[in-house]
Design a protein around this ligand. Sequence first.
Ligand SMILES: NC(=O)c1ccc[n+]([C@@H]2O[C@H](COP(=O)([O-])OP(=O)(O)OC[C@H]3O[C@@H](n4cnc5c(N)ncnc54)[C@H](OP(=O)(O)O)[C@@H]3O)[C@@H](O)[C@H]2O)c1
Length: 254
Amino acid sequence: MSLFSLDGKVAIITGSSRGIGKAIAERMAEQGAKVVISSRKADACQAVVDAIDARHGAGTAIAVPANISSKDDLRRLVDTTQERFGRIDTVVCNAASNPYYGPLGGIEDDQFRKILENNVIANHWLIQMAVPQMIERKDGSIIIVSSIGGLRGSPVIGAYNISKAADFQLARNLAVEYGKHNIRVNCIAPGLIRTDFARALWEDPEALKRRTATTPLGRIGEPDEIAGAAVFLASPAATFLTGQSIVIDGGVTI
Ligand SMILES: NC(=O)c1ccc[n+]([C@@H]2O[C@H](COP(=O)([O-])OP(=O)(O)OC[C@H]3O[C@@H](n4cnc5c(N)ncnc54)[C@H](OP(=O)(O)O)[C@@H]3O)[C@@H](O)[C@H]2O)c1
């Protein structure tokens, strides 16, 4: 089997109707995985499923809409995947929220709570739900999409950055807890990537210029440039890698 093959594996990817999650799902399917496409909008998920199935064969992908804020939705996501594909080898906790821009001094409790709930606690829920069958099979790869924001302070997205820093520690802690079951837990920390989520940071030409001036590779990233790391972390190439974070940012944090 090729070092990077995902043949026979099943992956749930949250937030996979567009952006980074969609790119991860497409590349995982290309490597042979069955993929579960999930976001809040059924139509958007189905469009991604149709495109993946057209390329890789009917039944490669299924759509299971789920809001990560809802424990019931996440339970349905896991149960439906089990019913349809019989196993879950990889969970990619990719969907996240950032409803507040500004200094921490001005954030409402509900906004801070929403950020921590969606970006940290929801990841914990989904992992907790998917892990028992991984423990039974003594195999699993969990991937949390964090951010380089979790490595830095910011006057504008402080609460989001705190949540992403917590994701690094969530991966480290779960790696300790589940290592004995051969379940690996890692993060990917993207820099600025051209998606809707980060539109405010790249659409304005002046902001983009400032940003790329301090980026060694001189540009921002594309969603597909994150997908390879997710394939790697889910594949036989990464079987001794756990509790780590892979920074993919064009060098901006160095
Ligand atoms: N883009 C960047 O520069 C960047 C940098 C560092 C880290 N990241 C991280 O990368 C991840 C993906 O972001 P992206 O840039 O790819 O964003 P994106 O293009 O806006 O995609 C976000 C995805 O998440 C889904 N989603 C949003 N809220 C959700 C919820 N409550 N429940 C379920 N699904 C939800 C969206 O679909 P629906 O709206 O249909 O639900 C969509 O599929 C996030 O964790 C983000 O923090 C992004």
